[in-house]
Ligand binder design. Structure first.
Ligand code: SF4
Length: 350
């Protein structure tokens, strides 16, 4: 009977150890395989020279090295921001973005195909969720981008943000396994402090994430300082209004002691007024946080406009002892709004 082969990229170290033992291999083979794949970047079992030939045959019968197909790579030559459009096995596409910073390369990965959260300003939300990404689809985004960097004689990724297409906490189990592979010293090996997951506010998973990965960073897509406005632009707020969200953040912080990143896209004449800045300062008083003020990348499909009031807004926050930074615009030449490239591509294709 033929065994169905599974992607070698879909296992964290513990589950690979368990699987290998069930196949009659040794527990330590899992660490060896992890090192070959994630640290020596090999793409076949025959290259794993410290594993017995008989074991290699068993591995070949049970696992595959699948891959994503790169269908587009767009580079903004002003800041080296690079956007990858990957095709998955069901021909659906996702975006992954590589960014260069002073401290190294950072990657922004997608977690779902489309998104059901329906934030009104978001290009990803224009296409409803089709499905969540599997563990290997998460992992292969970083594997492929690291291969791209190596081919171009550049150092591998040092930081990861999960802020691309999708709501990561709506795909929590696969996210969790992916984060384990990412953080494992035998795996991709990114330090927990270099990993950030962003959510629009699924509160039970916020607390769970704090328990599972207390050293990783949490970012909240907030974008409004009161329920009326947040209800209008982020439907998730009907399910989890701001007082419930803030309570969850306080609980998260009791577990982790981490400073929380607050993402706030400034939308012209909507959430960028002095009154909004004051309300936001008051709302965030109970938590230890900093705010990323984000310049909005306009998309043709909605009416939201870029605000020019970031500096004034930031000053009001500062006068209320809330630290904020104004995020530099990156990759605007290559359809930088989250999901914009993929939205354009899928519109033509499906
Ligand atoms: S902002 Fe994030 S959560 Fe909201 S629709 Fe876009 S991808 Fe989904």
């Amino acid at each position: 009977m033929l065994t169905e082969k599974t992607s070698i990229y879909s296992y964290d170290l513990n589950s690979l150890e368990t699987k290998l033992i069930s196949l009659g291999l040794k527990k330590f083979n899992a660490k060896q395989i992890f090192q070959w794949i994630y640290q020596k970047h090999v793409q076949d079992f025959d290259s794993m020279t410290n594993i017995a030939k008989s074991s290699i045959e068993i591995l070949k019968q049970n696992f595959i090295f699948n891959n994503l197909k790169i269908i587009k790579t767009l580079i903004d030559d002003r800041d080296e921001t690079t956007k990858f459009l990957f095709e998955l096995k069901d021909k659906r596409v996702i975006e992954t973005v590589l960014m260069k910073f002073d401290y190294g390369y950072s990657i922004c990965v997608s977690s779902q195909i489309g998104c059901n959260m329906g934030c009104k300003f978001c290009a990803s939300g224009l296409l409803k969720k089709i499905r969540s990404l599997s563990v290997d689809e998460f992992v292969l985004q970083i594997v492929n981008v690291n291969r791209y960097l190596i081919t171009n004689n550049k150092p591998c990724i040092t930081n990861l943000v999960c802020m691309g297409i999708g709501e990561p906490f709506d795909n929590y189990d696969n996210l969790k396994q992916f984060l384990s592979i990412l953080n494992d010293p035998f795996g991709i090996g990114l330090g927990a402090r270099h990993i950030t997951v962003s959510t629009c506010g699924l509160i039970d998973k916020i607390v769970q994430f704090g328990k599972d990965f207390p050293q990783m960073n949490l970012a909240i897509s907030l974008h409004a300082p009161n329920d009326d406005l947040r209800n209008k632009i982020m439907p998730v707020n009907h399910a989890y209004p701001l007082d419930v969200l803030i309570k969850a953040l306080i609980e998260y912080q009791k577990i982790t002691k981490n400073r929380i990143g607050i993402e706030y896209i400034l939308l012209k004449d909507l959430n960028d007024t002095p009154e909004c800045a004051k309300q936001l300062s008051k709302l965030l008083k109970p938590i230890y946080c900093y705010i990323n003020l984000i310049r909005y990348n306009e998309v043709a499909e909605n009416e939201f406009k870029t605000s020019t009031k970031a500096n004034d807004f930031s000053k009001i926050l500062a006068s209320n002892n809330i630290i904020s930074t104004i995020r530099l615009e990156r990759g605007s030449k290559i359809a930088a709004a989250c999901g914009q490239l993929r939205a354009n591509y899928e519109k033509d294709k499906f």
